[in-house]
Design a binder for this molecule. Structure first.
Ligand code: ADP
Ligand code: MG
Length: 649
């Protein structure tokens, strides 16, 4: 992507770069000329003096004034010394301190004018100085994050040499440069390394950001073009009348977004382009039903479908809920690690003969012995939890490559068009009718009594309750409540007949057994760590109480909250938290303000930055050098539109 110099050459070809320098630069990922010019400075210091009266409390600035006293140097302890003098600038008389620069003593003389860069504190009338500025014509001083691999100055010379030697390609199309008042990428990069003013830096930075976003989108469009093969083989000629009749038999009316999604997916099935679509929607928004309806459509064309999910619990759940709605209409089968040999043998035969319309399963589906008669519709749930290879392996079993990815993780649009930019996207925003929004409250830990009595009243009404606490190491406890302590608290209050504990360190079958007592309403209070994050469905539950809620990110809190509100009963989420940071308090507030997963995800992105958004850095998000996905949202949209237009031309 960062390929603006053609022909590219290695840093070895630059004057003064020997094996040692090469090694050091390589260690900070600078290998060739493109890396050099894209090593954008990480700070710019202005050497233009400011009026110190304009500083409010404390600011890092350049001050210009007259030296009033001779500098004195005091040695503090080994290797530490301090140079102090007084100066006057803008009618302010103040003390200047340099640390460990005793040699400046000879350069600072009473009654002479000096320029000093440092942190000026107006109230204390002093400056903690960083640099004595000699009169150069350099107006901005530049710092690179070089991790001690090289001095700033040396690197800057290297950049200069690179620009001398390099031939730049023309990258951003002229009409876009004109339309958005950008500049050629070469000029922009040059200005970032050798600016005259902050204005230069800002102008240049806009161009480089656009370049990055635009080139990335172009790359995505290329990928999309490769993936969306035009091939009559991908057409699934489903029977629209049968499909309509079937939808009529559903016990509920589809929501508007569900209808739109079904239409989009069915259009993909009928088109001679292969489907490559992402279906997004909160837990409970009705994605599975949408997928099921489209599976039914495929079945009317005698095309088989597969649904792959990341865990066995989820596979079971999908199998059960789909069996409920589609039994009699579709032949379903379940294939997981727990399927017995005998069952598996039978299932594989039925798959091969075309008897099974929809197979639901885990990774077990990608094994080589799973062979279909006519696979033409592939659905992957929470696709980001599978590796690309796993997905590919399943997709390659298909005769008609129509792929639908489903996710309950609301992904902000900025990230979605970056990570999933090569896909078409359908979004289900509205929940099925009859659902009441979950009421969320934030309580301090000293309000535990109220929390408990509220839980008791919900319990008395026959409802089920989730209680979640982060798993905490004993050594960490301090003022945090551990899951075991909470378990005891609830045992004392409700008795062992009503409370069940589940945590990540339990064995799988113990866990499953414990879950089962909660799912069957045998026990109606589940105390657990976040192991329940995926795959449990108890519509009877109306309370989600989360202890030490400040320890969770917004997306986890949102996922947890999604466990309740799955029926027409009013549900509640109680966050019990004494946040120590402003950010954590902010998260609590946001949670009480909205239940909209997309709004939450946008806020999450703002607060955490794109890198951390998915929790793990596995999402394949590009790390841009100038652009910031959380900030440069508008530009990203523009870059995307322009990339699309480029491809249409
Ligand atoms: P998701 O897969 O998005 O979590 P599901 O498709 O499993 O959601 O739907 C959640 C629940 O809501 C299921 O019990 C389903 O039968 C029900 N449901 C789905 N769509 C509707 C609708 N339009 N009206 C009423 N209930 C619905
Ligand atoms: Mg689901």
């Amino acid at each position: 992507m960062y390929h603006v110099i053609e022909p590219a050459f290695l840093i070895d070809d630059l004057p003064g770069v020997g094996p040692k320098t090469k090694e050091r630069l390589n260690s900070i990922h600078i290998v060739d000329a493109n890396d050099v010019v894209f090593k954008i400075p990480n700070s710019y210091m202005s050497h233009i003096p400011v009026d110190l009266n304009s500083v409010e409390v404390e600011e890092t600035v350049t001050a210009e004034g007259i030296v009033k006293t001779d500098p004195t140097v005091t040695y503090m302890r080994r290797g530490m010394n301090r140079l102090v003098f007084f100066m006057e600038a803008n009618d302010i008389y103040f003390k200047v301190t340099f640390f460990n620069q005793p040699f400046l003593r000879d350069k600072i003389k009473v009654n002479e004018t000096v320029k000093i860069f440092g942190k000026f504190n107006k109230l204390k009338q002093e400056m903690s100085a960083q640099k004595l500025i000699f009169n150069t014509n350099e107006k901005l001083e530049i710092r690179y994050a070089l991790n001690k691999a090289m001095h700033n100055k040396t690197f800057k010379n290297l950049v200069k040499e690179t620009f001398k030697k390099a031939q730049f390609k023309h990258d951003i199309p002229d009409i876009l440069i004109e339309k958005y008042q950008l500049m050629p990428i070469k000029d922009a990069l040059y200005l970032l390394h050798f600016p005259e003013s902050f204005e230069d830096v800002n102008r240049a930075r806009r161009t480089v950001k656009f370049y990055e976003l635009f080139m990335y989108q172009v790359k995505i469009m290329e990928k999309r073009r490769q993936e969306r093969v035009r091939d009559v083989e991908t057409i699934v000629h489903y029977d629209i009348d049968q499909l309509k009749a079937f939808i009529q038999t559903l016990p509920f009316e589809l929501t508007k977004d569900q209808k739109t999604s079904v239409n989009a997916i069915c259009r993909d099935l009928l088109s001679d382009y292969s489907m490559h679509r992402l279906l997004q929607g909160d837990v409970g928004s009705g994605k599975t039903i949408v997928a099921g309806i489209c599976v039914y459509a495929a079945k009317t064309a005698r095309v088989q479908s597969a649904l792959m999910v990341p865990t066995e619990v989820l596979a079971n759940q999908h199998f059960e809920s789909l069996s409920e709605t589609f039994s009699g209409e579709l032949n379903l089968a379940l294939l997981t690690g727990s399927t017995t040999k005998k069952e598996k043998h039978e299932i594989l035969n039925r798959l091969k003969s075309g008897d099974i319309d929809l197979i639901i399963g885990t990774h077990a589906l990608i094994e080589d012995d799973v062979v279909f008669k006519n696979l033409g519709f592939i659905i992957t749930d929470e696709q980001h939890r599978f590796g690309v290879n796993q997905r590919e392996k399943l997709n390659n079993k298909a005769r008609h490559k129509n792929v639908l990815y489903m996710t309950a993780t609301p992904i902000p649009r900025t990230l979605s068009i970056t990570t999933f930019g090569d896909m078409d996207v359908s979004i289900i925003k509205t929940m099925p009718a009859g659902r009441k929004p979950i009421e969320t409250t934030w309580r301090r830990s000293n309000e535990l009594d109220e929390v408990m009595s509220f839980i008791r009243s919900e319990h008395n009404r026959g409802h089920s309750i989730y209680v979640v606490a982060p798993l905490i190491e004993e050594s960490e406890t301090l003022d945090l409540i551990t899951v075991n302590e909470i378990y005891e608290l609830f045992m004392n209050e409700f008795g062992s007949q009503e409370v069940v504990l589940v945590h990540g360190q339990m064995k799988n079958d113990e866990k499953a057994q414990a879950m089962e007592t909660f799912e069957s309403l045998d026990k109606r209070i589940l105390v657990s760590t976040t192991v329940i994050e995926v795959g449990i469905n108890v519509p009877n539950a109306t309370v989600m109480a989360i202890f030490n809620a400040e320890r969770f990110g917004l997306s986890t809190l949102h996922q947890l909250r999604g466990r309740v509100g799955r029926s027409d009963k009013q549900s509640y989420c109680i966050l019990i938290s004494d946040p120590k940071t402003e950010q954590a308090a902010e998260r609590m507030n946001i949670m009480t303000e909205t239940t909209d997963g997309f709004i939450l995800s946008e806020r999450d992105l703002e607060m955490r930055g794109p890198g951390d958004f998915f929790g793990i850095r596995q999402s394949g998000l590009p790390e841009f050098k100038a652009a910031d996905l959380a900030e440069d949202y508008r530009m990203l949209e523009i870059a995307r539109d322009e990339a699309i237009q480029l491809f249409e031309r």
